[in-house]
Design a protein around this ligand. Structure first.
Ligand code: TMP
Length: 236
């Protein structure tokens, strides 16, 4: 049973439930970029992201990767484990795009020989700065053992998603993962959706993700629907 709001983020609202160990994440239609400075609302965005995220969480669970996902309770709401979020965003990169091409002399579109794992400190106040293991440990964000585990899980998830999305004619240049602690385990938390992945059409190279909104590159609603048609055709 849904109770009061625990926390309202930029794209999801988290509700308490009658069970202390379970929360409800409601995927909203609101959209932000650049640490919340740019904002918009896009009809059905929350619905598509919730359904895409659900499918990906289920697939990861089938591959033996623990996530916070329990079940859907409505079209846009998922019941999840209440976890202690680790404030490190783990970003596997396969093809150079976005911030890495601005910070380093790496040409956009460069295919990396091996996935590059980047870690950012999750903080709007500090604009999600890139960190390394020593900084994360110094800030008490996680232990070295946990960071090892995050990187290993991220690499495994990356492999699963690249292969899976490839069958849907999608490239995965990069994506962002968040993790949480629950009952002594580390599990994948937050969402894996068009908001948190770069997804390019394999044939045309067109962006089908939040870059459309970040850089005013086209119709986000149409693109998210297209990704949903490929990943969750059963909802159409
Ligand atoms: P970046 O190129 O801006 O560092 O983004 C890398 C990936 O992480 C990209 O797939 C988008 C995703 N991302 C988020 O999910 N949340 C964020 O706050 C940022 C900055 C990026």
């Amino acid at each position: 049973m849904k109770k009061e709001i625990l926390y309202s983020g930029k794209a999801k609202t988290i509700y308490k439930t009658d069970k202390q160990k379970e929360l409800i994440a409601d995927f909203r239609d609101s959209l932000t970029a650049f640490d919340g400075k740019k904002k918009n609302e896009v009809k059905r965005k929350g619905y598509f992201n919730a359904q895409i995220s659900k499918k990906i969480f289920e697939m990861l669970e089938e591959s033996g990767i623990k996530t916070h996902f329990i079940k859907m309770v409505s079209d846009t709401e998922m019941l999840v484990d209440a976890v202690e979020i680790i404030k490190i965003e783990v970003i596997p990169r396969n093809i150079a795009a976005g911030s890495i091409t601005k910070k380093y002399p790496i040409k956009p579109g460069t295919q990396f020989q091996e996935p590059v794992i980047v870690m950012d400190f999750k903080s709007d106040e500090y604009a999600d700065p890139m960190i390394n293991e020593d900084i994360a440990v110094a800030m008490n964000l996680a232990t070295r053992e946990e960071i090892d585990q995050l990187k290993n899980m991220a690499l495994k998830i990356n492999k699963i998603l690249v292969d899976y999305l490839g069958t849907k004619n999608l490239l995965l240049p990069d994506f962002k993962l968040e993790f949480g602690r629950v009952d002594g385990n580390i599990v994948v938390a937050d969402e894996i959706s068009c908001d948190t992945c770069r997804l390019w059409d394999k044939e045309t190279g067109d962006s089908l993700d939040k870059d459309l909104f970040r850089f005013d590159k086209g119709d986000l609603s149409k693109a998210y629907e297209e990704v949903a048609r490929r990943i969750v055709p059963e909802i159409f």
